[in-house]
Design a protein around this ligand. Sequence first.
Ligand code: GN1
Ligand code: MG
Length: 366
Amino acid sequence: MDSILSNEKELTDIASLFQIKGKCINIKVITAGNINATYRLDYDDEGEVKSYILQKVNTYVFKSPEQIMSNISLVTSHILAKDDCNQKTLVFHNTKDGRNYYDDGEGNFWRICDNIDSISLDSCDDYNVLEAVGVAFGEFQNALADFDASKLFETIHDFHNTKSRIENLLKDIDEDPCNRVSEVADEINFVRENMELACTLTNMLEAGELPLRVTHNDTKFNNVLFDKVTKYPIAIIDLDTVMPGLAMHDFGDAVRFACSTAAEDEKNTDIVSIDVDKFTAFSKGFISKTCKSLTENEINTMVLGAITITIELGVRFLDDYITGDKYFKTVYEGHNLIRTRCQFALAKDMIAKRAMLESIVKNICK
Ligand code: GN1
Ligand code: MG
């Protein structure tokens, strides 16, 4: 077993509370993801090796994690029952007393699911694969189109309410709890200058001009699993934030991550921009699956969705920086500020190319 892991015994003790068989022969830390702690555990069950994903849910971020597990259970059953959905989905295991999580009552919340044999990628230059990822997110949206949203808990209140994200930031700027506000004057200016634009979708939703759908809400490229051989998407994972939301936020967050010329935390903002060819490929896939169901307002605001979610995430990173880095995992001092600058640079480029990107969407929709 991996000797760097200090908490091996804790992990296998937790896993033993669930209905899984065999003996743990290997543990690997999975570093992807900014919120939960994730491990892969390999079990030998009489010569057959099976892998599981054990996760400790971040209870600072998810205040009622049992609500996430209720949502996930409903959503995955719904997807599994679809004959026409080509995707695999997450399968969680119950504890010996029949719950799909273990809560020790002291703020430690665990769950375990089957590992889907696959690869995951942080970026991709192959346009066919990007188009296929667009198809996969479009299919995911379609699979949930007939899901009764009233059954879902809102696991994080106002998660993609850009207006309230900005209001929270402005309040924290006033309070300046860590004396960091003086370092971020340019970033605050950017938010103030683009506030109205960034709140357009929130206002449209409030005015009833956009439909609320059941959406994924965290459509990063590394939340897609790919077939090891064909490199095509086989599953969409990380269902923690499946909630009522806007279709353009899912489209936009995927674009933000997969169609950027740089990583989400690139330090050199000069090399951060939106890759128009990648955007075209992804949009083709997504629109091919969703154009029949999207309203005219939704189609017209897809690019705005990408701009909005990119500014919103920059606002969230900035707020976390100002309030002492409590929400997102950080790897070095100032990581959240670097992420903020990178998101704002990307948003700036999307705004500059907005008309071009909108005409690409329009042409695909024709
Ligand atoms: C978080 O956990 P992860 O890495 O899938 C965050 C998303 C952000 C993303 C940015 C619950 O997602 O909203 O877009 O980081 N998830 C939550 O990388 O806040
Ligand atoms: Mg997530």
